[in-house]
Design a protein around this ligand. Structure first.
Ligand code: NAD
Length: 260
C-alpha cells in the first residue's frame, strides 16, 4: 500500500517507534528513522530495514528537544527522498513524581520532547504535504492523552495537548488531502514501561513478574500488554488510502482502559 511513499518516525530506535518503522517499511515505505542509542545497533537496524524490506532507510540523530535540529531532520528527509508523505511523531520520555516534587528540568524536557517536537515536525512538513495534496500525520499520544493518573503530570499535560493539536491540524488541513490522527496506546512493554515495572517491584518488594501483572491490571480490564507490532499495524492503516476520511480522532489501543 505504501510503495512509493516516504515516512519519518521520530524516536524509532526502540519500542513502539521501531515497530511502527518496521511496519511501514514492510508495507513499502522508504524511511527516515530517528532516536538515541548505541551507534552500531542503530546502523544494524537501519541496514536491516533495507535488507529485510527492500526499501531505502536513512537515520537522523536529531534531538527532539531542539527545534532547529527537528526542522533540519524534516528537511533532510524531504531532500533525501524528494518528499515526505507520512510523519509519525512518536519520541517520548516519562518521569514519575508528585507535582510539588516534579523537577523543573524534567517538566521542560517532557513538554519539549513529548509535545513541542510534534509542533516542530508538523509545521515543517506541512507545506510540502499541502503542495502535493497528500499527507498522513500520526501522533503517538497515550491513554494518558484521554484520562489522567497520579504522578505523571508533565506526561499527561503533554499527551492531552497533543490530542488537541491533532484536532487542529486535522481541521486546518481537512481539504488538503492530509489527515492527522492520534494513537492512544495503553500499556506496552517497552524500555519506557520496564523502568516503571522495575520501580514498582522495588517499592512494593514484589517480583518483576508480579509488578507487570499489578501495573497492567490496575488500569486495564484486559490484563495484557499491547504488542508494539499491533500499534505498527494501526499506523499503517491510518497511513493508507482506506483511512482517507479518518481525521482529527484519537484511536485507543488500550485493552479497554478508557472504556471504563
Ligand atoms: P522507548 O523508551 O522504548 O522509546 C522512546 C524512543 O524515543 C527511543 O527511540 C528514544 O531514543 C527516543 N527519544 C527519547 N528522547 C529523544 C530525544 N530527545 N530525541 C530523539 N529521540 C528521543 O518508549 P516507547 O514506550 O516505545 O514510547 C514511544 C511513544 O509511545 C512515546 O511517545 C510514549 O509516550 C508512547 N506511549 C508508550 C506507551 C507504553 O506503554 N510503552 C503507552 C502509551 C504511549
Amino acid at each position: 500500500m505504501l510503495k512509493g511513499k516516504t515516512a519519518l518516525v521520530t524516536g524509532s530506535t526502540s519500542g513502539i517507534g521501531l515497530a511502527i518503522a518496521r511496519a511501514l517499511a514492510a508495507d513499502g515505505a522508504d524511511l527516515m528513522i530517528n532516536g538515541f542509542g548505541d551507534k552500531a545497533a542503530i546502523e544494524k537496524e537501519r541496514a536491516g530495514l533495507e535488507k529485510d524490506f527492500g526499501i531505502k532507510a536513512r537515520y537522523s540523530a536529531a534531538d527532539m528537544s531542539k527545534p532547529a535540529e527537528i526542522a533540519d531532520m524534516v528537511r533532510a528527509a524531504e531532500k533525501e527522498f524528494g518528499r515526505l508523505d507520512v510523519l509519525v511523531n512518536n519520541a517520548g520520555i516519562q518521569h514519575v513524581a508528585n507535582i510539588e516534587d516534579f523537577p523543573i528540568e524534567k517538566w521542560d524536557a517532557i513538554i519539549a520532547i513529548n509535545l513541542s517536537s510534534s509542533f516542530h515536525t508538523i509545521r515543517t512538513a506541512l507545506p510540502g504535504m499541502q503542495k502535493r495534496k497528500w499527507g498522513r500525520i500520526i501522533n503517538i499520544a497515550s491513554a494518558h492523552g484521554l484520562v489522567a493518573s497520579a504522578q505523571k503530570g508533565a506526561y499527561i499535560a503533554a499527551k492531552h495537548v497533543l490530542v488537541g493539536l491533532t484536532k487542529t491540524v486535522a481541521i486546518e488541513n481537512a481539504n488538503n488531502g492530509i489527515t492527522c490522527n492520534a494513537i492512544c496506546p495503553g500499556w506496552v512493554l517497552t524500555p519506557l514501561v520496564q523502568q516503571q515495572v522495575d520501580a514498582r517491584a522495588k517499592a512494593q518488594n514484589i517480583s518483576v513478574e508480579q509488578a507487570k501483572v499489578t501495573l497492567v491490571s490496575e488500569k486495564q480490564p484486559m490484563h495484557e500488554f499491547t504488542k508494539p507490532e499491533n500499534i505498527g499495524a494501526l499506523a499503517v492503516f491510518l497511513a493508507s488510502d482506506a483511512a482517507a476520511s479518518m481525521t482529527g480522532s484519537a484511536y485507543s489501543i488500550d485493552g479497554g482502559w478508557v472504556a471504563q
